[in-house]
Design a protein. Structure first.
Ligand code: 5GP
Length: 120
């Protein structure tokens, strides 16, 4: 699949619950669920339910400001619910050189272990 073709992704099936996931937080605009391949004791993905052109952060436009703020605030709620509010990392991989693999914008919320900086 073209990196930014806008083709449907696996996350559409997670949103529609066609593919099961462990949901951690949900509201009208945002879904947060556990990553299938966790890179930390807590690894949750936070996504907009409506992709609306946001294949990656690099496609963000002025009209996306509201959802972008909601996603970041949802990341904080997830960190709180998961008990990692004292130390967590939020990552957005945007584009091929950042190793993005699913072209539906998502925030990774990672915690529960000591993180390293800089990342690889
Ligand atoms: P990216 O590499 O695009 O930043 O992150 C995509 C993430 O989606 C990866 O961490 C990968 O493990 C996760 N992922 C891919 N397919 C599925 C799936 O079917 N279910 C869940 N829960 N996570 C998935």
């Amino acid at each position: 699949v073209n990196a930014d073709s806008g083709a449907p992704t696996i996350f559409d099936k997670i949103i529609s619950k066609e593919i099961p996931s462990t949901i951690v937080y949900e509201d009208e605009a945002v879904l947060a669920f556990r990553d299938i391949s966790p890179q930390a004791p807590v690894h949750v993905l936070v996504i907009p339910k409506l992709r609306d052109g946001l294949t990656d952060l690099g496609k963000a436009e002025k009209r996306h400001e509201d959802i972008l703020g909601r996603l970041l605030y949802a990341a904080k709620i997830v960190a709180e619910k998961e008990g990692i509010i004292d130390g967590f990392r939020v990552v957005i991989n945007s584009g091929p050189s950042a190793c993005q693999s699913v072209y539906h914008l998502h925030l990774h919320v990672l915690g529960g272990r000591q993180m390293k900086w800089p990342p690889g």
